[in-house]
Every structure is written in structure tokens, then in C-alpha cells.
Design a protein around this ligand. Structure first.
Ligand SMILES: [Zn+2]
Length: 433
């Protein structure tokens, strides 16, 4: 039997950077979903309910129904490493992060962390996550298993490192041979699971040998359904180190282009300090970029040049970048995204922000045929945000002149604490009921 969910619906019909009428908010709305979890229709409840022959009704009253959030960049083995004090990117990595990642060598620890990690994301309204996995295969198997059990849409793969370096524990280094065998196993697993996708994940240009980079290119070529994710242009010292090593390359991007890793299945995290030439080539390749607002502020990495990316038509997804980010919630990252653009003279509105976290992210990850908004036929991936759970927020909304302004307030003032439920493919994956 189908189900009708009642509440205030808010989603993007189109790209608000191109279309000023892209945002749609429907008060007293209804979302009608079939028994397989696909959206049949949506609109005013007075229009939808008469069309429905027989259905379960889930009435969320004044709460907001919003498409599931998309986290385009998060590190699974940094689950317990958030809020580590001190240093910018490279020092922070060696001092706090790499030691934390070694703990995943223990299978029991990895399995327990996988369950917590997935649950944490769903509790934040995240329904799709692109994840840098562990260096340990059993931990990644546990991650895929936890996602499958809980219903999270997952894109993930082992974080690859095989180049020894100062401060890198030996236990985190893999061999290309083992990498290939582990990747093939998980790629095979994803074939039968529509919500699971594999991402080839060289950590960054300096962490991988030439042999490992070529192996990544080979995997991407042999398995065109996979993704490739890595880091780029996050921090000035990092860029200098990469250019010092790849001294034949004119810029950071070329270090990846050299191995054929910049494609329309590639997602590059950060890109805070790109050259114009890099942006042009990223756009030409159809490659996506992931912006991680809270992480960029936390590590003092810099201010993401959003308008330069938008101008080139580059697909942008947002990421929490746990453990450098300080929140598992993409929603909370939206407030930081707004402030980062304010510092550069651009004031994003509610439509732009919600787009980046939902439909824009889905497009960047090539999943917009499945998720991102309430278009008919897509999966019912959404979460329920109830402002009444927070007295001040409920009062503040009563002082807004219209629903657009209410949404803008929600983007800055609401958090995962007001999330009542999360659904993927019409299945309740978080919350009671
Ligand atoms: Zn990262």
C-alpha cells in the first residue's frame, strides 16, 4: 500500500544559480510514495489526498519535509578524531589523525565504529554519503554491511596510501596487489546493491606511488560504474609540497591528470586555491568539486571560491569532512557555507544553500535521477525537521514574514536535534514510528 506523508514540503525544482524560481515550499503539503519507496506525486494536501485511493497517512503536522542531505566528503576512520586541537592540515594529520586511523586495524573496533558512523549520519538527515574508508579491508566490509542494513546510500572505498613518509605509521600503508583484490571484492558486492557504490580513493597526490596511481586509473577504466575521490588544493603548504614532488606539473590538478584520474566520475575535495586553468580543465572534464565549510574554517585552510566554480558550471557537493569538520550535519555546515561566502561579498539565499545540500549535490554525484528533490519517480529520500522541538526556534519562525524567510532561519538555527525521522526509499531509517 502507498503512503502519504503530511507536512511543509521544501525542495528545489531546478538550479537556483540559473533559475530564480527554483525553490518550492508547500505549506500543508503532501508527499505520496508507493510501496517500493518511489514518489508518486506531491503538492498541497487538498490536491493530493482526493487522488489517493487508499494509503497510510503519516501526519507530521507543522514539521518540514526536506530531501535527504548529501554529504560528499567524510572520513570513516576519523569518526573518533573530531575536534583534535592544533595545527593546519599536514601537522594535524600526522599528530592527530593518522594515529586515530590505525585503531581500525582491530576488527571489533572497526565493526562497532561502522554501525555508529552510519547511524550518526542518518540521525543528521544525511541519506547519501561519499566516504573515505579505512585502510583496513575488514573495516570497509563492516561499513558497507552497516550501510546495507540501515539503508544509507553509500559511496565509499579504501583510503589508499603506499608511499612511506615522515609520521605515517607503517600499518596504514597498503600494497597495490592487496588494494586491487580488496577493491574488486567490494566492487562486486556493490553490483547487487542499488544503494551501494564503490569509490576508488587515493588519499592525495603525495600518498600514492606511481604504481598505485596507475592501478587507480585501471580500476576506474575497468569499472566505469565506480567513482574516484581525492583531495586537491586544500592548503598552501600542501600545494607547495605536491608541486615540489611533481616538479614537471604546472599545477596540482596535472598530478592527477597525468594518470587519467580527472574524469566525469571524479570528485575533488576542497579546491580552495585553484588556478583559473585548473577550474577550466575541471569543468571540461565534467569533474565535481566538494566544498567542506566547517573543515575549511577549523583547519584555517581558506575561503572556498564558490562563484568561480559556479561561473564554470562545475558540479558542487558539500561535505562535512569529519574529522576536520566539527559537525556530522550537512545542515549545520550550511550556516558556515553562508558565512564563508559573506566574507567574499556574496550573500547566498535559502534556495542556494538548500540546493548545495540536496539537488546540487545529487547532480554533482550523478545521482539526481534517484535522489535530491521530490520529483515524481525519484526515491523518497527525506527527513522531517520539527522546529517545535526548540522553543526559541518556534518563536523565531512566528516572526518571519514568509516561508522563504522561515527556511533561511531554519538553515542557520535548526540542527540535527530537531530531526524527528529520516527516510531512504520510503523506509524509515532513523526515528520512531
Ligand atoms: Zn578529507
Amino acid at each position: 500500500m502507498s503512503t502519504v506523508y503530511l507536512g511543509t514540503l521544501a525542495h528545489l525544482k531546478a538550479n537556483p544559480f540559473e533559475n530564480p524560481d527554483a525553490l518550492e515550499i508547500i505549506e500543508y503539503g503532501a508527499l505520496w510514495v508507493d510501496e517500493k519507496g518511489a514518489i508518486i506525486d506531491f503538492g498541497k494536501r487538498s490536491d493530493i489526498l482526493p487522488k489517493v485511493p487508499e494509503a497510510w497517512i503519516e501526519d507530521f503536522d507543522d514539521a518540514w519535509l526536506i530531501p535527504g542531505l548529501i554529504d560528499g566528503h567524510i572520513h570513516f576512520p576519523q569518526y573518533f578524531a573530531t575536534a583534535a586541537h592544533g595545527g593546519q592540515l599536514l601537522d594535524w594529520l600526522v599528530q592527530s589523525i593518522l594515529p586515530a586511523e590505525t585503531a581500525f586495524a582491530d576488527p571489533v573496533y572497526g565493526k562497532d565504529a561502522a554501525k555508529r558512523f552510519v547511524k550518526q549520519l542518518l540521525s543528521c538527515g544525511t541519506t547519501t554519503a561519499m566516504v573515505f574508508g579505512s585502510q583496513f579491508h575488514h573495516a570497509n566490509e563492516a561499513l558497507f554491511e552497516a550501510a546495507k542494513e540501515s539503508g544509507l546510500r553509500l559511496i565509499a572505498g579504501a583510503t589508499l596510501m603506499d608511499s612511506p613518509g615522515e609520521g605515517i605509521p607503517d600499518s596504514l600503508l597498503q600494497t597495490p596487489k592487496q588494494t586491487l583484490a580488496d577493491a574488486e571484492t567490494l566492487i562486486k558486492l556493490c553490483r547487487d546493491e542499488p544503494l551501494l557504490h564503490y569509490a576508488i580513493t587515493p588519499r592525495y597526490a603525495l600518498s600514492c606511488s606511481e604504481e598505485m596511481m596507475r592501478l587507480c586509473a585501471g580500476l576506474l577504466h575497468d569499472h566505469p560504474e565506480t567513482y574516484l575521490q581525492t583531495h586537491i588544493n586544500e592548503n598552501r603548504n600542501e600545494i607547495e609540497a605536491v608541486l615540489g614532488h611533481f616538479n614537471q606539473c604546472k599545477d596540482y590538478l596535472e598530478a592527477y591528470e597525468h594518470y587519467g584520474l580527472v574524469t566525469d566520475r571524479t570528485v575533488l575535495a576542497h579546491n580552495i586555491h585553484p588556478t583559473d586553468g585548473e577550474l577550466t580543465r575541471i569543468a571540461q572534464a565534467g569533474c565535481a568539486v566538494c566544498h567542506c565549510p566547517s573543515s575549511n574554517l577549523y583547519l584555517g585552510s581558506g575561503l572556498f571560491p564558490l562563484s568561480r566554480h559556479v561561473k564554470q558550471g562545475i558540479g558542487i557537493v558539500l561535505g562535512t569532512d569529519i574529522g576536520a569538520g566539527t559537525s556530522f550535519s550537512i545542515w549545520r555546515n550550511l550556516s558556515d557555507a553562508y558565512k564563508i561566502q559573506q566574507l567574499q561579498g556574496q550573500s547566498l539565499d535559502a534556495a542556494h544553500l538548500l540546493y548545495l545540500a540536496t539537488l546540487g549535490g545529487a547532480k554533482a554525484l550523478r545521482l539526481d535521477h534517484e535522489t535530491g528533490n521530490f520529483a515524481m519517480g525519484k526515491s523518497a529520500d527525506f527527513f522531517v525537521l520539527d522546529p517545535q522541538e526548540y522553543d526559541y526556534l518556534a518563536e523565531r519562525l512566528r516572526h518571519c514574514q514568509n516561508l522563504d524567510r522561515q527556511l533561511f532561519c531554519l538553515l542557520h538555527l535548526a540542527s540535527e536535534r530537531q530531526i524527528e525521522a529520516t527516510f531512504v526509499r520510503g523506509r524509515r531509517v532513523y526515528g520512531h514510528g
